[in-house]
Design a protein around this ligand. Structure first.
Ligand code: 3PG
Length: 216
């Protein structure tokens, strides 16, 4: 059984415990409930729903009603979306790049935020805003673990959530690097996996991901 979803002050700990953040782009909010069931059955009670489709906000709202599931909003590009995400029940925010306006709004609303960073300047902007956890994105395209090790070296206080090109083949390598608390990825929840309404492939992919992480 999964532990219950944490209070929002426990979000970083919950993410660090499960070590995988599934990134979901919803085409239809009606698929939110069965997708949650597949995630929970697979053993991964976390969902980052991207603001890349019109179905995002309603999907966040539907998912956040499920006990035991931690729901966040991803691809948050504007401060207004932070408010919308919070109003729909999201309890954490993820961004692809470092937007001072978005970060400031999340901090004002007391929402944990993982801003995207890909270089030392981004990391120092995060530190300037009082953050110590960031998303390294797009991880594989920017040189993967080798690059992450190089840019993490000066910042012993920073924790990373690499995202972009992560899958069951390479996630163990990332997680074995101590500053990495979790990895994000869409590989186990790609829209095409459940386009026909069958969520079995999602559950199977989630189980495989959870198994891969358990071995680290
Ligand atoms: C993201 O939204 O962070 C990325 O699209 C995730 O990257 P992936 O699809 O390669 O996992």
């Amino acid at each position: 059984m999964s532990p219950p979803a944490p209070a929002k002050s426990d979000v970083p700990g919950f993410i660090a415990h499960h070590r995988i953040v599934p990134i979901i782009t919803m085409r239809d909010a009606a698929q939110a409930d069965p997708l949650v069931e597949a995630l929970l059955a697979g053993g991964l009670p976390i969902a980052e729903v991207t603001f890349r489709t019109d179905a995002a906000a309603a999907s966040i709202e539907a998912m956040s009603k499920h006990d035991g599931l931690l729901v966040g909003a991803g691809t948050v590009l504007k401060p207004d979306q932070v408010d919308e995400a919070r109003d729909r029940g999201a309890t954490f925010i993820v961004t692809p790049g470092f937007s001072p306006k978005v970060v400031t709004r999340a901090l004002e609303l007391d929402l944990p935020i993982y801003p995207g960073v890909s270089n030392p300047t981004d990391i120092e902007m995060a530190l300037d805003h009082g953050l110590d956890s960031v998303k390294f994105f797009p991880a594989e395209s920017y040189g993967g673990l080798k690059t992450l090790k190089a840019i993490a070296a000066p910042y012993h206080m920073v924790k990373f959530v690499p995202t972009g090109g992560i899958n069951t083949d390479n996630i163990r390598d990332y997680l074995a690097f101590k500053p990495v608390v979790a990895c994000g990825g869409s590989w186990m929840v790609k829209p095409d996996l459940f386009a026909d309404g069958d969520f079995g492939p999602v559950e199977a992919a989630v189980k495989a991901a959870v198994r891969a992480v358990a071995e680290v």
